[in-house]
Design a protein around this ligand. Structure first.
Ligand code: UD1
Ligand code: CA
Length: 473
């Protein structure tokens, strides 16, 4: 067994364990792909590793979990753990491509998504300063639950890690737990892994067993004791997934608030990882900013608003509305109760008002669709006003067709545009028209039957009513 000491300058490799099946998640999806704030858990762990600029990153995945590989950045290596034989076996697989590697190996677990770069750096620095061959990460938890317990001797030195299911009552009462993040001297780890024996309880090879084996041969193992239990949590169930999501969400919201965004009610505001919001923007209660959503400065979003993959410019207002995969340029007003669907672009200063649905359309600068309309597959020019209750009838039962409405157009209430149809610049449509033919620029399209009034109708009706009452009908 080597007595080689770790060095601060030693090369670093990171092994990320991500082959768990997520049995406790009761899911068909690999556990590490479950999302925290819209992003697979394992991506956070890979990010933390990348901040250390290690020489190698090896991710251990299960057979068939190709989706995990697909989201790893270039340069990450993948090894497959054919059988789920425990964390010790997973690290043994992870060390295979590192056969000739000399230096330090950091082991991270793919189900600890709240760990960040600063945290793993502290672990690395602690290890370098300790001159131990292994450093475990520990933290005290109020409810240590199913975590492995850290058993120390009278002097406070680490003796071993015992899994909760194998622990005695006294050991289970220990609040200091094994976080599951480690630093090892590569050679010491490589020499020790084959000596692991399977747990009598589960038949798995526990990585935690390496600690006792190293101590047995007189090598030093230290503990990096963290003080942030939230950062250290592992996600094994949907309950813990919800807790991790809430923690990450508050972290992201705090970052936004510190950057100048007003979040009126952080408890009811949901943001995904990667969402950007400009300064002086106000997020009102019950607002969801999901996916690749970007909101500019001095805008107002919410209350009760859902944006997924949406770009919103500056000084825009979106109230009680549902928007996805669309662009709302600066100065726009949307809602309340608008439904803006994919491939819609609202030009600067445009309006999509109450009970308005727009999909795959462009509404030009300063144009307004204020009330109760459906606009689909349409191109609307600038400074046009669409009257209340307009419909683009874009589907003939077989194909979708476009509607072109020019600039400075005024459409009457309850106009239906039977596409394909073209309304020229500056044109008008009469209220209640079903427009089936193009309207030339500057013209008026009237497409409804003329009104006829029947004089004296009310009087004749009353006479008939009285007669029938008298006759006993
Ligand atoms: C593990 C630790 C426990 C610690 C806890 C911290 C062991 C034996 N126990 O328990 O001491 O308190 O993490 O969260 O290490 N994995 C594989 N292949 C396997 C088994 C697991 O890649 O064969 C991966 C999983 O995807 C997961 C990680 O290793 O990312 C941890 O495995 P998990 O089964 O969740 O271990 P815990 O029971 O949580
Ligand atoms: Ca776990």
């Amino acid at each position: 067994m080597t007595k080689k000491k770790s060095q601060a300058s030693a090369p670093l490799a990171v092994v990320i364990l991500a082959a768990g099946l997520g049995t406790r998640m009761r899911s068909d999806l690999p556990k590490v792909l479950h999302a925290v704030c819209g992003r697979p858990m394992v991506s956070y762990v890979v990010d933390a590793a990348l901040t250390l600029a290690p020489e190698r990153i090896v991710v251990v995945t299960a057979e068939g979990h190709d989706e995990v590989m697909a989201l790893l950045p270039q340069g990450c290596e993948r090894v497959v753990q054919m059988e789920r034989l425990g964390t010790g076996d997973a690290v043994r697989r992870g060390m295979e491509p590192l056969a000739g590697f000399g230096g330090n190996v950091m082991v991270l677990i793919g189900d600890a998504p709240l760990v960040d770069g600063a945290f793993v750096r502290r672990l690395m620095e602690h290890h370098a300063a300790s001159h131990a061959v292994a450093t475990i990460t520990t933290v005290c938890m109020d409810a240590p639950g199913a975590y492995g317990r850290v058993v120390r001797d009278a002097e406070g030195d680490v003796l071993r890690i015992v899994e909760a299911e194998d622990a005695s009552d006294a050991e289970r009462a220990i609040c200091e737990i094994n976080v599951g993040l480690y630093m090892f001297d590569a050679e010491a780890l490589r020499e020790t892994l084959p000596r692991l024996t399977p747990s009598s309880a589960s038949g798995e090879f526990y990585l935690t067993g390496v600690v006792s084996l190293l101590l047995e041969v007189g090598l030093t193992v230290t503990a990096f004791k963290a003080d942030d239990p939230e950062m250290c949590m592992g996600v094994n169930s949907r309950v813990e997934l919800a807790i991790a999501n809430a923690a990450m969400r508050h972290r992201l919201l705090t970052r936004l608030m510190l950057a100048g965004v007003t979040v009126e009610d952080p408890d009811s505001t949901y943001v995904d990882w990667g969402v950007e919001v400009g300064r002086d923007t106000v997020l009102r209660p019950q607002t969801f900013l999901l996916g690749r959503t970007i909101v500019g400065a001095a805008s107002e979003i919410g209350p009760s608003t859902y944006l997924e993959d949406v770009f919103v410019g500056d000084r825009a207002r979106v109230v009680s509305s549902h928007l996805s995969a669309c662009v709302v340029n600066s100065g726009c007003s949307v809602g309340p109760f608008a439904f803006i669907r994919p491939n819609t672009v609202l030009g600067e200063g445009a309006k999509a008002g109450a009970f308005v649905e727009i999909k795959n359309s462009r509404v030009g600068e300063g144009s307004k669709v204020p009330h109760l309309s459906y606009i689909g597959d349409a191109f609307v020019g600038n400074d046009t006003n669409i009257g209340a209750g307009n419909i683009t009838a874009n589907f003939d039962g077989f194909d979708k067709h476009p509607t072109y409405i020019g600039s400075d157009v005024r459409t009457g209430s309850d106009t239906t545009f039977v596409a394909p149809v073209n309304i020229g610049d500056g044109a008008f449509t009469a209220a209640g028209s079903v427009i089936t033919k193009d309207v030339p620029a500057g013209g008026l399209g009237v497409a409804r039957s003329r009104q006829e009034n029947v004089d004296g109708y009310a009087k004749r009706r009353e006479q008939r009513r009285r007669k029938e009452a008298k006759d006993g009908c």
